[in-house]
Design a protein around this ligand. Structure first.
Ligand code: ADP
Length: 357
C-alpha cells in the first residue's frame, strides 16, 4: 500500500515538474487568476511582457493589465472562449503593446481562470509593412506601368506613325517614368540591405566642403528649373568628417531635392553647418510649406508622405528619408527635422568629426 502511494506521489511529482518546465519555457504569457480576476500566478514570459516582477502582479486584478475597446470592462467569465481576442496591454511603465488574449476556466473544487497572453507587436508591424507595401505598389508602380502599357498599345495601333515629334516627346516622358521605377526598386533593395546590415559603407575621412559641393552641383539644374537659389554657408577652414562619400552625397541630394521641390518659386534654399569637436551637423533649410508637427516623427518611415497627394503631384516615393536615416545611422550619426508649418523646414544630419593630423 505504502509503495503504491509512493509510486503515485512520484508520478504526481514528475507530472508537476513537466508542467513547470512547460510553463517556464513556453513563449506565451500564462496567468492564473481567481474567478474574480485576482492574479495568483504568472509565467516568466508574462512577467517579461509586462515588465513586472512576480510581486508586482500577485494579487492585482487582471483587468488592470488590459485596455478594452468599450469603456465597460467585460465580466471575465463572459470572455471564456476558444477564440483569442485582440486587446492593448499595459506594461508596468505605462507603455502599451498589442496582445492576443484567450481566457479559459478551471472547474472543480478550486475554480479559476487561465489567461493566455501573446505579445503580437511583431505581427502588427509585419501587417503594417504589408499594407504600406501594397499601397505603394498600387500607387507608385501600377500607375506608371499602366501608362507605359497604354502608350505601347497606341504605338502598335499605329497612332504615332504620322506624329514622330509627339512620339519622341511621349517616349521621353515614359522613359522618365521608367527611370523612376528603376530608382525606386534600387532604393527599396538598398534600404533592405542597409536595414539588414548587408550594405557595407566605405567610410573615409573627407572634407564637408567636398560633400556639399558635389551635392549642390548635382541639384543645380533642378533648382534652376524651379527658379530656386542655392546658398552655401560653410566655414572657410576645411572641416573633416568620417563618412561614405557617395552615400552621404545621396543623403544631402535627397534633402536638397526635397527642399527645392517643396519651396515656392523664387525662394532660397540654404546649406549650412554647425560643429563641435566630435560632430558636424549639416543643415538644409527652406522657406516652403513646412511639415505638420504630427508627421514630423513619422517622416523617416518608409513610404511616408506628409500629404497623400505628394507622390502624384511631386513624383516622390516616400523612400528618400527612410534611406537617408538608414545611411546616417549606419555612419553613427542622427537625422531629424525642425519645422513650423507654413514657415519652411530645417532638415539636419550629423557625422563624426575628424581632426587633421
Ligand atoms: P519623397 O520626397 O520621395 O516623397 P521622402 O522620404 O524624401 O520621399 O519625403 C517624404 C515626405 O516628406 C515628402 O513626400 C513630403 O511630404 C515631406 N517632405 C520632405 N521634405 C520636405 C520639405 N523640405 N518640405 C516639406 N515637406 C517635405
Amino acid at each position: 500500500m505504502e509503495a503504491l502511494i509512493e509510486k503515485n506521489n512520484e508520478l504526481i511529482r514528475n507530472s508537476e515538474a513537466r508542467i513547470r518546465t512547460l510553463v517556464e519555457t513556453i513563449p506565451l504569457g500564462l496567468l492564473i487568476t481567481t474567478t474574480a480576476g485576482a492574479i495568483e500566478s504568472a509565467s516568466p514570459a508574462c512577467l517579461q511582457y509586462f515588465g513586472c516582477t512576480y510581486g508586482d502582479l500577485h494579487g492585482r486584478n487582471v483587468r488592470d493589465l488590459f485596455i478594452f475597446d468599450d469603456s465597460s470592462v467585460p465580466d471575465l467569465g463572459s470572455l471564456v472562449s476558444q477564440r483569442a481576442r485582440d486587446v492593448m496591454a499595459r506594461r508596468r511603465d505605462g507603455s502599451q503593446f498589442p496582445a492576443s488574449v484567450r481566457v479559459g476556466s478551471f472547474a472543480g473544487t478550486s475554480p479559476g481562470l487561465l489567461i493566455v497572453v501573446e505579445d503580437v507587436t511583431a505581427k502588427h508591424e509585419l501587417e503594417q509593412m504589408k499594407q504600406e507595401f501594397l499601397s505603394m505598389m498600387t500607387h507608385d508602380l501600377r500607375t506608371p506601368l499602366t501608362s507605359i502599357k497604354c502608350f505601347l498599345e497606341l504605338i502598335v495601333e499605329g497612332v504615332y506613325e504620322a506624329r514622330q515629334d509627339e512620339l519622341k516627346k511621349r517616349s521621353k516622358s515614359i522613359g522618365n517614368d521608367t527611370g523612376r521605377l528603376i530608382n525606386m526598386i534600387t532604393s527599396m533593395l538598398n534600404l533592405h540591405k542597409l536595414e539588414s546590415g548587408r550594405l557595407q559603407l566605405s567610410v573615409e575621412v573627407i572634407a564637408v566642403q567636398s560633400l556639399v559641393n558635389q551635392s549642390v552641383e548635382s541639384v543645380l539644374s533642378y533648382a534652376e528649373s524651379r527658379s530656386i537659389a542655392l546658398e552655401v554657408r560653410l566655414p572657410a577652414e576645411t572641416i573633416l568628417v568620417s563618412a561614405d562619400e557617395s552615400y552621404t552625397v545621396q543623403v544631402l541630394v535627397n534633402l536638397l531635392s526635397n527642399a527645392i521641390k517643396f519651396s515656392p518659386k523664387g525662394s532660397t534654399v540654404t546649406v549650412f553647418a554647425n560643429f563641435t569637436n566630435d560632430f558636424v551637423k549639416l543643415m538644409v533649410s527652406d522657406n516652403g510649406r513646412g511639415i505638420p508637427k504630427e508627421f514630423q516623427s513619422r517622416l523617416f518611415n518608409r513610404f511616408e508622405q506628409a500629404r497623400l497627394s505628394d507622390s502624384r503631384v511631386e513624383g516622390g516615393s516616400g523612400l528618400g528619408l527612410a534611406i537617408s536615416k538608414a545611411i546616417v545611422e549606419e555612419q553613427g550619426g542622427t537625422i531629424g527635422v525642425e519645422s513650423e508649418p507654413g514657415q519652411g523646414c530645417n532638415f539636419w544630419f550629423t557625422m563624426r568629426r575628424e581632426m587633421p593630423d
